[in-house]
Design a protein around this ligand. Structure first.
Ligand code: NAD
Length: 372
């Protein structure tokens, strides 16, 4: 354990930051480990308003200025996904450690470039979502490995966009911290439900089954316009994608990212074997046990409180899982404690998404090259 206090910056003072990351990072219980020193956002008045609200010394409207000022050791990148790669590169070039909100990048090649740059510079990167930190996902992995559902034959996972982002409570207001525009979620690069939501279930699926080998898919834009704040906005990022994933030895999975409708429960997958099934948190229809399950059942935030850093006041602040991933980075910087929330795992999931889009465009099955 070192006595290093990590000087932390938040890049993008949008929904996830205002509702979750800034409230977590500004709590006094962290002062022995980190200080929230800077926030950066180009939207008029947003960085200043966030800095004032969350007690942050520096507010920047320009990201380059923040890096050049040399006031942060580590950042969380909480901007639209299409900006993550360039912002990640700039941070590494400035010698800054990074937590990436999902997804780290939109292509595997970009992820590889960041991984190599970080290694060359001796910097650390943690890429959300750390789904395998969740005890129930570890338990599903153990159950399948122990043969609890016989020979595993296939799995399913995925998510639907719905109107989640339009309806977040920081979207419809009149001040800089509550008038945050979500329409980048409709546009390339980085928009659509795969990078935004299916990414959680793909992290769990691959965390449980291991790296995949091949992908094919059908994909397109089903809803050509979406309504936000009384106006219609064009959609050009695919919003309706069905993916088939080959894990080798004829073990297959279906993954989906759609405008509406779900086959599976939450972001948890369904696993079907010769001796039964695991669907969400049930084994053959009965809830299975995992560490902390009964305590979580009594808490309003449920399983979120089972993540290792979600203690005390952090239990009741939103976006606990993102906060957890940030603390995985902070521990890694301070104590050299390695994390399972790796950039390599994120890259493999990004490759699955990218390969699905390419398969849909070309009609050709795509071989995957990355592993973790
Ligand atoms: N909204 C959620 O529920 C949620 C939850 C978990 C993770 N995330 C992830 O967090 C990230 C941000 O999502 P969000 O929903 O908060 O987006 P958002 O649109 O609400 O906020 C993005 C912010 O980034 C700012 N920004 C744009 N360009 C910038 C730049 N060059 N430098 C600095 N800031 C810039 C925008 O002004 C905006 O304030 C994404 O990676 C997303 O996948 C979102």
């Amino acid at each position: 354990m070192t006595d290093t206090v990590v000087r932390f910056g938040v890049v993008g003072a949008g929904s996830v930051s205002v509702r979750g990351l800034l409230p977590h990072l500004s709590q006094p219980d962290l002062h022995d480990r980190l200080r929230l020193v800077a926030v950066c956002d180009p939207a008029p008045g947003r960085a200043e308003a966030a800095a004032a609200k969350f007690g942050c010394q520096y507010a920047f409207t320009d990201y380059s200025d923040m890096l050049a000022a040399g006031v942060v050791d580590a950042i969380t990148i909480a901007t639209p996904i299409g900006l993550h790669y360039e912002q990640g590169k700039m941070a590494l070039d400035a010698g800054v450690h990074i937590h990436f909100n999902k997804t780290m990048t939109t292509t595997a090649a970009e992820a590889t470039d960041l991984i190599e740059r970080a290694a060359t510079r001796g910097l650390k990167m943690v890429a959300s979502p750390g789904e395998m930190l969740r005890p129930h996902n570890q338990r599903v992995k153990e159950l399948i490995a122990a043969g609890a559902i016989g020979t595993l034959c296939w799995a399913a996972c995925g998510a639907a966009f719905g109107r989640y982002h339009e309806e977040e409570r920081v979207r419809g207001g009149a001040d800089p911290l509550s008038n945050i525009d979500p329409t980048w979620y409709y546009r390339k690069p980085g928009g659509g439900p795969l990078y935004d939501m299916t990414v959680y279930s793909l992290h769990a699926l691959t965390g449980i089954l291991g790296p995949a080998k091949r992908v094919t898919a059908m994909s397109g834009v089903r809803l050509r316009e979406r309504e936000f704040a009384g106006k219609m906005h064009p959609v050009d990022a695919d919003d309706n994608t069905l993916i088939l994933i080959d894990f080798g030895d004829n073990l297959f999975a279906l993954a989906y990212g759609t405008p509406a409708g779900r086959l599976t429960e939450g972001f948890a997958g369904s696993y079907f074997g010769t001796a039964g099934s695991i669907v969400g948190r049930k084994l053959n229809g009965e809830p299975f046990d995992y560490p902390g399950r009964d305590e979580a059942a009594t808490h309003s935030q449920g399983d979120q409180i089972l993540l290792p850093h979600v203690v005390g006041v952090h239990r009741d602040i939103e976006e606990q899982h993102v906060w957890e991933d940030i603390m995985q980075l902070v521990d890694w910087i301070r104590d050299d404690t390695p994390t399972i929330v790796t950039a390599e795992h994120a890259r493999h999931v990004i490759e699955i998404i990218e390969a699905a889009y390419r398969a849909a465009d070309t009609g050709q099955v795509q071989e995957l090259a990355t592993t973790f």
